[in-house]
Design a protein around this ligand. Structure first.
Ligand code: SF4
Ligand code: SF4
Length: 364
């Protein structure tokens, strides 16, 4: 049987792992003991994934403010979806969390790296089991895949609080970070739950600026995590799913619009400059809205209140937000097969050329 580590040795080892994580590129590192997941819904409880885990390491990766600049200006949209979203989620974060795990496994303890693997999860955005998706492998177990709520795990590990927008707000970056997790059998020194100055003041800037009205101003969800009561605005996931891609349903339902491939009833909303939704970047990156409500408006609010410890030379918001005028969109005679992809070579395809000619691209 392994000898129990002394308190000092545990603290020193925890410090070493945190330093290693930061040297690898993590911006924030916090640790939750596994009993902070007590009360989690079965389908979201990581203890079903690694029953002998003792610690959850939450690792935060900042979304660079510069990644959002092009959308603020209205001139360069792909950067947030790639560098701020898909690139962190599918490239940078996996490399860092896997390398932290390598360090821990070299010490003889299992370590499980976790990022955004939610495509295989058994529950949908509302927490209901997906129809005909998967079944428990034996009685008493949840259906695969269990989905751990990354932001709530980060809260449990002391990284910050949950804002009205349901975003994790940290004193360093506000809502602008992504979270990766490591579950390990190594018993590490836990961090306290965040108890610093309140970050969300319920200003509702996120509600007002969300292009899909996806965040309720009045209805809320209340949960208890690690013995703390949390509350956030009810999120309409379907409304977010449509609006964050820069889409809305046709204002005039008798007209057809093909903004989202495979639909006949979608058109661009006021925050999309695209005639058709551009291709995904890095598998999931298609945040045309640039998180205008839940992230950008929140940064503006936090900055005005001087609530963030990380300071910049110039304010994030430098001018009034723009809005695209799409009046007359349904008269443009667009085609259902006009999606041109994201590369210059695809623009050369005959199909794309034909559509561009048809769409009166110069009229707006
Ligand atoms: S915008 Fe305001 S209400 Fe919304 S999460 Fe940020 S601080 Fe809270
Ligand atoms: S991602 Fe965009 S659409 Fe979704 S909640 Fe945030 S601001 Fe609203």
């Amino acid at each position: 049987m392994k000898k129990k580590m002394s308190m000092d040795a545990r603290k020193a080892l925890t410090r070493k792992i945190k330093e290693h994580a930061k040297a690898l590129g993590a911006d924030l590192v916090g640790i939750a003991p596994m009993d902070r997941f007590e009360g989690a819904p079965k389908q979201m409880d990581p203890r079903y994934i690694m029953p002998q885990a003792k610690s959850c390491i939450a690792v935060g990766f900042r979304v660079l403010r510069g990644s959002l600049r092009g959308i603020e200006e209205g001139t360069f949209f792909s950067n947030y979806s790639s560098m701020g979203y898909g690139g962190i989620t599918y490239l940078f974060m996996p490399l860092v969390v896997m390398n932290i795990c390598r360090m821990i496994e070299d010490m003889g303890f299992e370590a499980l790296p976790m990022g955004h693997q939610s495509d295989w999860r058994a529950i949908d955005g509302e927490g209901n089991l997906r129809n005909n998706f998967s079944k428990p492998v034996e009685p008493g177990k949840p259906a695969p895949d269990v989905m751990v709520h990354l932001r709530l795990a980060a809260f449990a590990a002391g990284l910050g609080e949950i804002g009205w927008s349901k975003m994790l707000l940290t004193p360093q970056f506000g809502p602008a970070q992504r979270v990766g997790l490591i579950f390990t059998e190594l018993d590490l020194e836990p961090d306290p739950i965040y108890a610093g100055p309140k970050l969300c003041n319920k200003c509702m800037a996120c509600v007002r600026a969300c292009p899909g009205n996806a965040i309720s101003k009045t209805k809320s969800i209340k949960v208890t995590v690690a013995g703390h009561d949390l509350e956030w605005g009810e999120i309409d996931c379907k409304a977010c799913d449509l609006a964050f891609r820069g889409a809305k349903y046709m204002d005039d339902p008798s007209k057809k619009g093909y903004y989202i491939e495979g639909t006949e009833n979608t058109e661009p909303n006021h925050i999309s400059p695209f005639y058709y939704k551009p291709e995904k970047l890095y598998n999931a990156g298609q945040a045309v809205c640039g998180a205008g409500g839940c992230t950008r408006a929140c940064i503006v609010s936090l900055e005005k209140r001087n609530a963030l410890v990380k300071k910049y030379e110039y304010p994030f918001r430098r001018k009034k937000p723009w809005a695209v005028d799409w009046s007359g969109y349904s008269e443009l005679n667009l085609s259902p097969d006009g999606h041109q992809g994201g590369t210059s070579s695809s623009l050369d395809k005959p199909k794309a050329k034909k559509v561009a000619a048809k769409t009166k691209l110069g009229t707006d």
